[in-house]
Ligand binder design. Sequence first.
Ligand SMILES: [Zn+2]
Length: 147
Amino acid sequence: MTNRRESEVTSAARSRSQHGRRILEERRTALLADLRHDIHDTCAGVDSVQAHTMDDLDASVVTELSSIRFSLMQMKGEALVRVNEALARIDEGHYGLCESCGAEISEARLCALPFALRCTHCEEREEDAEEARRHEPTLMHRLRCER
Ligand SMILES: [Zn+2]
Protein backbone atom coordinates (compact mmCIF):
# COMPACT_ATOMS: atom_id res chain seq x y z
CA MET A 1 0.00 0.00 0.00
CA THR A 2 2.74 2.37 1.00
CA ASN A 3 4.62 1.56 -2.19
CA ARG A 4 1.60 2.29 -4.29
CA ARG A 5 1.05 5.64 -2.63
CA GLU A 6 4.70 6.54 -3.10
CA SER A 7 4.63 5.76 -6.78
CA GLU A 8 1.50 7.87 -7.14
CA VAL A 9 3.22 10.78 -5.46
CA THR A 10 6.26 10.33 -7.67
CA SER A 11 4.26 10.25 -10.86
CA ALA A 12 2.28 13.31 -9.75
CA ALA A 13 5.55 15.11 -9.07
CA ARG A 14 6.87 13.99 -12.43
CA SER A 15 3.87 15.24 -14.35
CA ARG A 16 4.00 18.51 -12.43
CA SER A 17 7.65 18.90 -13.39
CA GLN A 18 6.96 18.08 -17.01
CA HIS A 19 4.13 20.57 -17.11
CA GLY A 20 6.29 23.14 -15.36
CA ARG A 21 9.19 22.56 -17.69
CA ARG A 22 7.03 23.13 -20.74
CA ILE A 23 5.60 26.37 -19.35
CA LEU A 24 9.01 27.56 -18.17
CA GLU A 25 10.70 26.79 -21.48
CA GLU A 26 7.98 28.65 -23.35
CA ARG A 27 8.39 31.55 -20.97
CA ARG A 28 12.14 31.51 -21.43
CA THR A 29 11.87 31.51 -25.22
CA ALA A 30 9.42 34.42 -25.11
CA LEU A 31 11.56 36.39 -22.67
CA LEU A 32 14.71 35.84 -24.69
CA ALA A 33 13.00 36.92 -27.91
CA ASP A 34 11.60 39.94 -26.13
CA LEU A 35 14.91 40.94 -24.64
CA ARG A 36 16.73 40.44 -27.90
CA HIS A 37 14.20 42.72 -29.51
CA ASP A 38 14.57 45.33 -26.75
CA ILE A 39 18.34 45.24 -26.91
CA HIS A 40 18.29 45.54 -30.68
CA ASP A 41 15.97 48.56 -30.50
CA THR A 42 17.98 50.18 -27.76
CA CYS A 43 21.25 49.71 -29.62
CA ALA A 44 19.78 50.99 -32.86
CA GLY A 45 18.45 54.00 -30.96
CA VAL A 46 15.17 53.71 -32.79
CA ASP A 47 11.99 52.23 -31.50
CA SER A 48 8.48 52.19 -32.81
CA VAL A 49 7.28 54.77 -30.29
CA GLN A 50 10.03 57.22 -31.18
CA ALA A 51 9.84 56.58 -34.90
CA HIS A 52 6.15 57.32 -35.08
CA THR A 53 5.73 60.13 -32.62
CA MET A 54 9.13 61.74 -32.24
CA ASP A 55 7.87 65.09 -33.53
CA ASP A 56 5.30 65.33 -30.78
CA LEU A 57 7.58 64.31 -27.99
CA ASP A 58 10.02 66.43 -26.13
CA ALA A 59 13.28 65.11 -24.79
CA SER A 60 11.96 64.55 -21.27
CA VAL A 61 9.23 62.27 -22.56
CA VAL A 62 11.74 60.30 -24.57
CA THR A 63 13.96 60.02 -21.51
CA GLU A 64 10.99 58.90 -19.48
CA LEU A 65 10.18 56.29 -22.08
CA SER A 66 13.70 54.93 -22.12
CA SER A 67 13.77 54.68 -18.38
CA ILE A 68 10.47 52.78 -18.44
CA ARG A 69 11.91 50.58 -21.15
CA PHE A 70 15.01 50.04 -19.08
CA SER A 71 13.02 48.99 -16.01
CA LEU A 72 10.97 46.66 -18.19
CA MET A 73 14.13 45.09 -19.57
CA GLN A 74 15.45 44.72 -16.06
CA MET A 75 12.21 43.03 -14.97
CA LYS A 76 12.38 40.67 -17.93
CA GLY A 77 15.98 39.88 -17.12
CA GLU A 78 15.06 39.08 -13.52
CA ALA A 79 12.16 36.92 -14.70
CA LEU A 80 14.58 35.07 -16.97
CA VAL A 81 16.87 34.37 -14.03
CA ARG A 82 13.93 32.99 -12.03
CA VAL A 83 12.83 30.85 -14.97
CA ASN A 84 16.35 29.41 -15.28
CA GLU A 85 16.47 28.74 -11.55
CA ALA A 86 13.11 26.94 -11.70
CA LEU A 87 14.37 24.81 -14.61
CA ALA A 88 17.43 23.95 -12.55
CA ARG A 89 15.12 22.89 -9.70
CA ILE A 90 13.27 20.59 -12.10
CA ASP A 91 16.59 18.96 -13.00
CA GLU A 92 17.43 18.55 -9.34
CA GLY A 93 14.01 17.04 -8.68
CA HIS A 94 12.64 19.54 -6.20
CA TYR A 95 10.51 21.64 -8.47
CA GLY A 96 7.13 22.55 -6.96
CA LEU A 97 8.27 22.00 -3.40
CA CYS A 98 8.26 24.90 -0.98
CA GLU A 99 11.77 26.13 -0.25
CA SER A 100 10.85 27.01 3.34
CA CYS A 101 8.65 24.15 4.57
CA GLY A 102 9.11 21.51 1.88
CA ALA A 103 5.37 21.17 1.27
CA GLU A 104 4.02 20.80 -2.25
CA ILE A 105 3.12 24.10 -3.84
CA SER A 106 -0.47 23.97 -5.08
CA GLU A 107 -1.06 23.42 -8.77
CA ALA A 108 -3.11 26.61 -9.06
CA ARG A 109 -0.20 28.59 -7.66
CA LEU A 110 2.30 26.94 -9.99
CA CYS A 111 0.04 27.68 -12.95
CA ALA A 112 -0.10 31.35 -12.04
CA LEU A 113 3.54 31.51 -10.95
CA PRO A 114 5.53 28.68 -12.55
CA PHE A 115 8.70 29.82 -10.80
CA ALA A 116 7.18 30.17 -7.33
CA LEU A 117 9.73 29.24 -4.67
CA ARG A 118 7.41 28.97 -1.69
CA CYS A 119 3.90 27.81 -0.90
CA THR A 120 1.27 30.51 -0.40
CA HIS A 121 1.51 30.19 3.36
CA CYS A 122 5.29 30.66 3.55
CA GLU A 123 5.24 33.38 0.92
CA GLU A 124 2.79 35.40 3.01
CA ARG A 125 4.89 34.89 6.10
CA GLU A 126 7.98 35.99 4.18
CA GLU A 127 6.19 39.10 2.93
CA ASP A 128 5.09 39.98 6.45
CA ALA A 129 8.63 39.58 7.72
CA GLU A 130 9.94 41.74 4.91
CA GLU A 131 7.33 44.38 5.62
CA ALA A 132 8.33 44.42 9.29
CA ARG A 133 12.00 44.73 8.36
CA ARG A 134 11.27 47.66 6.10
CA HIS A 135 9.32 49.61 8.71
CA GLU A 136 11.57 49.01 11.65
CA PRO A 137 15.11 50.35 11.34
CA THR A 138 17.42 47.49 12.16
CA LEU A 139 19.84 47.57 15.04
CA MET A 140 22.74 47.39 12.62
CA HIS A 141 21.41 50.38 10.75
CA ARG A 142 21.04 52.42 13.93
CA LEU A 143 24.51 51.48 15.09
CA ARG A 144 25.95 52.57 11.78
CA CYS A 145 24.11 55.89 11.90
CA GLU A 146 25.22 56.69 15.40
CA ARG A 147 28.84 56.01 14.72
ZN1 LIG B 1 5.90 26.47 2.65
